[in-house]
Design a protein around this ligand. Structure first.
Ligand SMILES: NC(=O)c1ccc[n+]([C@@H]2O[C@H](COP(=O)([O-])OP(=O)(O)OC[C@H]3O[C@@H](n4cnc5c(N)ncnc54)[C@H](O)[C@@H]3O)[C@@H](O)[C@H]2O)c1
Length: 319
């Protein structure tokens, strides 16, 4: 199908921004399996067409290289817009703070205008980083946050805050149907091996018997959600009537040192654990309260860390 170009008044089911990335491409697979059509736009800055190559000849799928900081020209109706496009990791956004802010402001504004024009429901993938460096654990949706504008990660957390604020402004002004997912660390197949996220790093380095770097004493915690659970959560949220921010993640919490040991054991690796100084701006605790998601979506993650890691390690071995 040709979704974009000469034809006018075409109707599509899904527009996915950032669909060549980890989360977006996994969602696209789910939507296509469910017989929906998908138009993906991505500037390929951190994503890759390898994640979508199996869909190359699929008539229900189309890809357009596009930077969302420019308006996307489309005539017709789009049922659902899934907004993933954003640099997701400190390795990128700390060195590109201005474009990160711009993608979150100008890019999000462009998509909201598109949703208004095309009569679409639109979902934002916001982040747990919005809670800042809190000691409140678990993190729940309306808790006080501890964010500093001069933290080198602020371009991302404040960027996502302005994106959320834009969403609520469009809802108030134009009655737009919006959904806001606050996503906690997610992992699984299609994660980039070298993007600096802790699970990719530990698996990648364990498989090549390189040292696993742990900052501080490793007692900082994270909670990791397997991608299949996250996709179901996002689909349920999009299908729901819930229009306030909602946490999606797995509340199973693990310290970074325990994670390093677990991955080392699972990969049978001879890697050493190397301790480096604490990175001050890094959050110390991350665990979602998912009470709201359980109540309004009847959603709970099902895949344990053990099972999810096995699948992710298998994927990395094949790469
Ligand atoms: N993976 C996680 O654990 C996690 C946690 C919280 C929030 N999120 C959010 O989910 C979204 C997807 O994250 P991911 O892990 O899949 O990252 P990813 O890097 O794999 O995907 C992001 C995609 O957006 C594209 N992109 C970036 N800037 C763009 C632009 N200006 N125009 C068009 N495309 C652009 C990239 O090329 C990439 O394909 C991000 O918005 C991220 O902030 C992810």
């Amino acid at each position: 199908m040709n979704f974009v170009g000469q034809k006018k008044n075409i109707q599509i089911n899904n527009l996915v921004t950032g669909g060549a990335g980890f989360l977006g491409s996994n969602l696209i697979d789910f939507l296509i399996k469910n017989e929906e059509n998908v138009l993906c736009i991505d500037d390929l800055s951190s994503g890759t067409l390898d994640n979508l190559k199996h869909l190359k000849n699929n008539k229900k799928f189309e890809f357009k290289k596009h930077d969302i900081r420019e308006p996307f020209l489309f005539e017709g109706r789009i049922d659902k817009i899934w907004h993933f496009a954003c640099p997701p990791v400190p390795n990128i956004y700390k060195i590109e703070p201005l474009s990160t802010l711009d993608i979150n402001y100008t890019g999000t504004l462009n998509l909201l205008n598109l949703a208004k024009k095309c009569n679409s429901k639109i979902l934002l993938t916001s982040t747990s980083e919005i809670y800042g460096n809190t000691r409140i654990n678990p993190q729940y949706e309306n808790m006080p946050v501890d964010l500093l504008t001069y933290n080198p990660r602020a371009c991302y957390s404040e960027g996502k805050r302005i994106a959320e604020t834009l969403f609520f402004a469009f809802e108030r002004l134009y009655g737009l149907k919006i959904r806001v997912a606050r996503i906690f660390n997610t992992y699984g197949p299609k994660l980039k091996m070298n993007d600096g996220r802790v699970i990719s790093n530990f698996i990648n380095f364990s498989l090549s018997n390189k040292n696993l770097i742990v900052n501080g004493d490793g007692s900082q915690t994270r909670s990791f959600c397997f991608i299949d659970d996250m996709v179901i959560g996002l689909v349920k949220l999009m299908g729901s009537d819930y229009n306030l921010p909602l946490n999606l993640g797995n509340p199973e919490e693990i310290s970074i040192i325990e994670l390093a040991k677990l991955i080392k054991r699972k990969t049978n690796s001879s890697s050493e654990i190397e301790f480096r100084p604490t990175i001050k701006e890094e959050p110390f605790l991350r665990r979602p309260s998912i009470e709201l998601a359980e109540r309004v979506l009847t959603w709970q993650p099902k895949v344990s860390l053990e099972t999810g890691l096995n699948k992710t390690i298998d994927y990395f071995k094949k790469q």
